[in-house]
Design a protein. Structure first.
Lengths: 186, 564
């Protein structure tokens, strides 16, 4: 699974939750992430591998089963790792890149569909903002949704357990609400 | 991190696993200077050091960090020093003699390389060269479990042979997360050591220093024997029938090799080297001169005819071909017909990736690679606008940038850059950075440019970087009389690497004010300005650019991430 977005969308936290959830289920997991300057608002791509006999922390080209995009242009940018077998679960959101011509939602969608028929576009940021008043939990919403839709080999209950372990108490309720929202709508 | 349930698995980042390994080994003294991809080591100790009973410090720079570690080791403490690749260059002056004197308290040095320069602007460094240069024993883990185990082993080697041991990771090892099986944490009752005078051991002076070198080389020979028997240099069981083809690899390369062999459904013998220096030469010779044979079959030296030997070997290593050269050397003695392939198939530039290794092994072993549909996609020429990293909204540096644009015509001024978030001055939309090199160099290079030309020059340096390596260069500017305008961007923290404190940070109780340092060096043209006061800032820039002596503006406004 490839988790992509822009710096500051909480990829590392989501990675911690997914790793912890895999550990709860006693599954093997390996992840790769980057820190430092590249995170300051640039493209951020983290790799997560579940399964038996995992060696590489990085996904090979064309081998991603799931691309979870927190931003549409970033989801498309992941194309070298995708194939027609890849599912795209993408937040319907464009975070504009300053001073250049950005791709539109339609352009991204059209191109994603050229790669794979399995493109699921979800207005996660919009839903979270409307229902919970905070866009920032769109990531939790999407990984929960991925679990409910069985796009990742992790049970939703394990995600919830991991959220409780990883998220600091003062933000916990918001995150659990986001999980529940995904449960309700999936 | 401090969980004490031996046998339990916890999720750890490679860097956290190093911390865990050090705790399990009973580390007492830790020093570091932050730098990605090694920062998490210090940050974790910063968080848990006190409760774990470990002394921890962020030192002013890597050289000072290592020197502090040397002092602790000489006083008998179990010591760990961590840094990124470039940091090892900064402390190289201290590292060489330390390998000669050896450690007293067992000492482990962690260094993290960053192939592909994800978070290292300057150059793509492979620090393994320094293992040869200094003769420091060096281990290369591949995953978080190995990060922990190798750290413990490094402490054991250091304790046994009285020599500092280096662990070299790379970004994909240091920032790899996986479940790690933990053991018991060894708590020390006290962190107090004692310096016992022993000048023969701790003073490097000729003629004694030449004896020390001889003793060091003897030590290395012993460690090499240890390396020959060490389990961290492992040979996979030879498969039944493969036409004399093998792979030698280390570090992250090993994981990609395993992945590729699984993908290609190949069963090739693999020698995985945990030791980079000293290499287990006998084991390598044995590997390359061994014929493929039936499982369990006893080895018969007399039958080791050349046609039974390994015919070709692929060396899978990241960056420069050190292993390749070593294997070439060893093959001359052990198997002179061996065909050695390495950088011919695997580039010396950039980090390794699993698909690169799969392709290389497929070519090397002449097996067909299923061309997936994805290949077609890969050849797409899709134009997605590039998303460069950005200064955060509200970052004080935006105000500095804005004032500069108001004060001068950027075309008519040379701009110096340094290491920190303000490296982004080099990217659009800012683009006010005409040179960028290493920590502190903005001042050193600015002085040279000013001496060599009559051009106007403004150079930027952050507060953390100023303390790290800027001060000697500032003094040089004054002593050798040049007049750059130096703007010290003081946001009160080491922002880029994760907001570590530094000597001038406002939260530091015994903090050192940058203006006092600058004044103390004799700079007369000095202003401390909050860059939000644009008028004042613009006026100061204009005024100082015409001065005959060096000028300094301290642009003081806290990092927006800290304020929040």
């Amino acid at each position: 699974m490839l988790l992509v977005g822009t710096g500051g969308q909480g990829q590392i936290t989501l990675l911690q939750i997914l790793s912890e959830a895999a550990l709860i289920e006693e599954k093997e997991i390996k992840t790769s992430e980057l820190h430092g300057l590249s995170q300051r608002g640039g493209s951020v791509e983290v790799h997560i591998r579940f399964g038996k006999e995992i060696y590489s922390p990085l996904i090979s080209q064309g081998k991603a089963d799931l691309v979870l995009g927190l931003e549409m242009q970033e989801a498309l940018r992941a194309y070298p790792l995708a194939s027609p077998k890849t599912t795209f679960l993408v937040n319907r959101q464009i975070v504009p890149i300053p001073l250049v011509k950005n791709l539109t939602e339609e352009e991204v969608l059209k191109n994603l569909k050229k790669i794979s028929k399995n493109v699921i576009l979800v207005p996660a940021s919009e839903i979270c903002k409307k229902e919970l008043g905070k866009e920032v939990v769109a990531g939790i919403y999407l990984i929960s949704l991925a679990a409910f839709k069985k796009l990742i080999p992790i049970k939703p209950a394990s995600i919830l357990k991991a959220v409780k372990k990883i998220i600091p108490s003062r933000y916990l309720k918001l995150n659990i609400d986001s999980f529940n929202l995904a449960a309700k709508l999936s | 991190m401090l969980l004490n349930k031996p046998g339990k698995k916890i999720i750890l980042l490679g860097n956290e696993a190093i911390v865990r390994g050090a705790l399990e080994a009973g580390v007492q003294f830790v020093s570091t200077y932050p730098g990605t991809p090694a920062s998490d080591i210090g940050d974790t100790f910063f968080r848990i050091g006190k409760s774990a009973g470990v002394y921890f410090e962020y030192s002013t720079n890597e050289k000072v960090a290592l020197e502090a570690g040397v002092g602790a080791s000489f006083s008998g403490l179990k010591t760990l020093v961590a840094m990124k690749d470039f940091g090892l260059n900064v402390c190289l002056d201290a590292l060489g003699p330390f390998v000669y004197t050896g450690s007293k308290g067992p000492t482990v040095i962690i260094v993290a390389d960053d192939p592909s320069c994800h978070s290292s602007a300057q150059w793509e460094e492979g620090t393994r060269a320094i293992s040869y240069l200094t003769h420091i024993p060096t281990l290369e883990p591949a995953d978080p479990q190995e990060c922990k185990e190798f750290t413990k082993l490094a402490f054991q080697i250091s304790e046994r042979f009285k020599i500092p041991v280096m662990i070299r990771t790379t970004t994909r090892v240091a920032h790899q997360r996986a479940p790690v099986r933990i053991s018991n944490i060894e708590y020390r009752i006290s962190n107090k050591g004692r310096f016992v005078k022993d000048p023969r051991r701790f003073v490097t002076l000729p003629p004694r220093v030449m004896e020390m070198k001889k003793e060091l080389l003897e030590k290395i020979e012993k460690i090499q024997t240890f390396s020959e028997h060490s389990k961290i240099n492992q040979i996979n069981r030879f498969p039944k029938s493969i036409s004399g083809t093998g792979i030698i690899t280390s570090g992250i390369g090993y994981l990609y090799v395993k992945e590729a062999l699984k993908d290609l459904n190949l069963n090739l013998p693999v020698l995985k080297l945990g030791f980079f220096y000293p290499l287990p030469e006998k084991k390598i010779k044995d590997f390359i001169s061994r014929a493929p044979r039936q499982r369990g079959e006893a080895r018969d030296e007399s039958k080791a005819l050349s046609d039974q030997k390994l015919k070709k070997v692929l060396i899978v290593e990241e960056l420069e071909p050190y292993l390749e050269k070593e294997v070439e050397r060893l093959a001359k003695e052990a198997n002179c017909k061996l065909k050695i392939t390495g950088k011919e198939l695997i580039s010396e530039v950039g980090e390794l990736k699993p698909e690169i290794i799969t392709l290389a092994i497929a070519k090397f072993a002449n097996c067909k690679l299923k061309i997936e549909n994805s290949l077609k996609i890969r050849n797409w020429k899709l134009k997605i606008p590039k998303r460069f990293p950005q200064l955060c909204p509200g970052c004080p540096y935006w105000f500095v940038f804005s004032a500069i644009k108001k004060a001068v015509d950027p075309e008519k001024v040379v701009f110096g850059g340094d290491i920190g978030c303000y490296m982004l001055f080099g990217l659009p939309p800012l683009k006010i950075q005409d040179f960028l090199s290493c920590m502190g160099s903005s001042l050193g290079i600015a002085h040279g440019v000013k001496k060599a030309t009559d051009q106007k020059l403004i150079t930027f340096i952050g507060d953390g970087t100023f303390f790290h390596a800027g001060i000697p260069a500032l003094i040089n500017t004054i002593y050798n009389k040049s007049n750059p305008l130096i703007i010290i961007l003081d946001n009160g923290t080491t922002a880029m690497t994760g907001h570590q404190p530094h000597p001038g940070a406002p939260a530091t109780p015994n903090g050192i004010r940058i203006e006092n340092v600058v004044k103390g060096c004799g700079v007369k043209n000095l202003r401390v300005i909050d860059p939000i006061n644009q008028k004042e800032f613009v006026a100061a820039v204009k005024e100082f650019l015409n001065k005959k002596e060096v000028s300094v503006i301290i642009a003081r406004r806290p990092c927006v991430q800290i304020k929040r």
